[in-house]
Write a protein that binds this ligand. Structure first.
Ligand SMILES: NC(=O)c1ccc[n+]([C@@H]2O[C@H](COP(=O)([O-])OP(=O)(O)OC[C@H]3O[C@@H](n4cnc5c(N)ncnc54)[C@H](O)[C@@H]3O)[C@@H](O)[C@H]2O)c1
Length: 350
C-alpha cells in the first residue's frame, strides 16, 4: 500500500517533491503546507490539498511521511516537531548548518523510532554513477585523485541563498551534494580538509569554493563549485593507477584512457610550442586504449522507494545517519579552513 506524503514548503523543491509524489508507485500526496498563502493557493489551483498549518499536517493520522523543503534555516524545528508527532521524515539538503543540530535531529529520530533521512538525490546523478561504475569495475585500478566540479555563470540565485542567516552560500547548497558523492567514491578515512571560498558576486556568503580532502591513504579529492565561470571545466576528472577517466558534462558519457603498458623505452620527442618534449609526448594504441562508458540507467524515485521499504523494515535506508553527519562534519571543517586559511585536521571519531 502507498504511504501518504505531506510536503512542507511548496517552493521550487517542494514542487519537485509534490510532482514526483503525484506520479509515484510508492507514495500518494496527502498535501502540502506553505507559510506563504500564495503558494498554498497555487497548490490548490493545481488540485493539491493545502493544509492550513504545520500542526494540521502533524495531527493528520493519514500522513506517514513528511518531506521538509523549506529554506535551510527552518529545517530543524520542523523535523523535530514532525518526529515528535510520530511521522517519518525526509529533510532536504543541507539538513542543517552544524553537527550539533544534526545530532539533535538524529537523536530525536532514534527516540521516536521513526525514519529520518536526507534527500541526497544526487546519488542518482548519472555522471556520478558512471564514475562509481568505473571505480568498481577495477579496470583502471585504484583511485589516486578525483576532481568534481560544477561551474555556472549566473551567480547565486537572488533569494535566501544569498543570505547567511538562511543558510545560503555554495558550500551548503551544492557542496553538500558533491561532498556526499565524493565520500561515496572514496570511502577512506579523511586526514585533513583545506578550503578556499570566493566572493565575486556576494560578500555575505560564498559564491564558490575549492575544497581539497586528503585521505589517510594518500588519495585526494578536489571539489570545486563556481558561479562565475563562463566556460566550465569538466564535471569529473579521475586519475587512477592504470588510467584516467573524464566526464566533460553531466549530459555526456565518461571517457576512459586505460594504460596497457607503462614502459616505453623509445619515446620520440615531439614539438610543442617553441621546444621539444618527451615527457608530454602523446601515447599510441600499443600502450593505451581509450573507450567510452555507456551512461548507467538511473531513477531518482528509487530514493522514495527505499524510504518506504526502510519504513517497513524491508531495506536499510540508503542515506544513512552516519553519512549525513560525516558530510556535515566535512562542511564544518571546510568553513573552519576557509576562515583560518589553513588546513584543518579531520577527526573521524568526533
Ligand atoms: N535536493 C535538491 O536537488 C534541491 C534542489 C533545490 C533546493 N533544495 C533544497 O530544498 C529546500 C527549499 O529550497 P527551494 O529552492 O525550494 O526554496 P524556495 O524558496 O523556492 O521554497 C521554499 C518554500 O518554503 C516556504 N517556507 C518558508 N518557511 C516556511 C515554514 N516555516 N513553513 C512552511 N513553509 C515555509 C516558502 O514560503 C517557500 O515557498 C532547501 O533546503 C534547498 O537547499 C534541494
Amino acid at each position: 500500500m502507498k504511504k501518504n506524503l505531506a510536503v512542507i514548503g511548496y517552493g521550487g523543491q517542494g514542487g519537485w517533491h509534490a510532482d514526483h509524489a503525484l506520479k509515484s508507485d510508492v507514495v500518494s500526496l496527502a498535501g502540502i503546507y506553505d507559510i506563504d498563502p500564495k503558494r498554498a493557493e497555487l497548490a490548490e489551483s493545481r488540485g493539491i490539498h493545502a493544509y492550513a498549518s504545520l500542526e494540521e499536517v502533524l495531527a493528520d493520522p493519514a500522513v506517514d511521511i513528511v518531506t521538509v523543503a523549506t529554506p535551510n534555516d527552518v529545517h530543524k524545528q520542523i523535523v523535530l516537531d514532525s518526529l515528535a508527532a510520530g511521522k517519518n521524515v525526509i529533510c532536504e539538503k543541507p539538513v542543517e548548518m552544524s553537527c550539533a543540530a544534526v545530532d539533535e535531529m538524529i537523536a530525536a529520530a532514534k527516540a521516536a523510532g521513526k525514519l529520518f533521512t536526507v534527500h541526497q538525490n544526487r546519488r542518482w546523478d548519472v555522471d556520478f554513477l558512471a564514475m562509481k561504475q568505473i571505480i568498481e569495475s577495477g579496470k583502471i585500478g585504484e583511485t589516486i585523485r578525483i576532481e568534481s566540479r560544477i561551474h555556472g555563470s549566473r551567480g547565486i540565485p537572488s533569494d535566501w541563498r544569498c543570505q547567511k542567516e538562511h543558510g545560503g552560500g555554495m558550500i551548503l547548497d551544492w557542496g553538500v551534494h558533491l561532498i556526499d558523492q565524493m565520500l561515496q567514491l572514496i570511502p577512506d578515512e579523511i586526514d585533513h580538509v583545506y578550503c578556499n571560498v570566493t566572493h565575486i558576486t556576494n560578500d555575505e556568503v560564498d559564491d564558490g569554493f575549492g575544497l581539497t580532502i586528503t585521505f589517510k591513504t594518500g588519495k585526494t579529492a578536489y571539489i570545486e563549485v563556481g558561479t562565475y565561470n563562463f566556460i566550465a571545466l569538466p564535471r569529473f576528472y579521475m586519475q587512477s593507477q592504470h588510467g584516467t577517466a573524464l566526464i566533460r558534462d553531466w549530459r555526456e558519457k565518461a571517457q576512459v584512457a586505460h594504460c596497457l603498458h607503462w614502459h616505453e623505452s623509445d619515446v620520440m620527442p615531439v614539438q610543442t610550442a617553441a621546444g621539444i618534449t618527451k615527457t608530454m609526448a602523446p601515447r599510441d594504441s600499443v600502450t593505451m586504449e581509450t573507450y567510452e562508458v555507456e551512461r548507467p540507467s538511473s531513477d531518482v524515485h528509487d530514493f522514495y522507494r527505499n524510504v518506504c521499504a526502510a519504513i517497513d523494515g524491508r531495506e536499510e535506508q540508503i542515506v544513512k545517519h552516519c553519512e549525513i553527519r560525516r558530510v556535515m562534519k566535512v562542511m564544518e571543517a571546510a568553513f573552519a579552513s576557509a576562515e583560518s586559511g589553513l588546513p584543518v585536521a579531520f577527526d573521524e571519531a568526533r
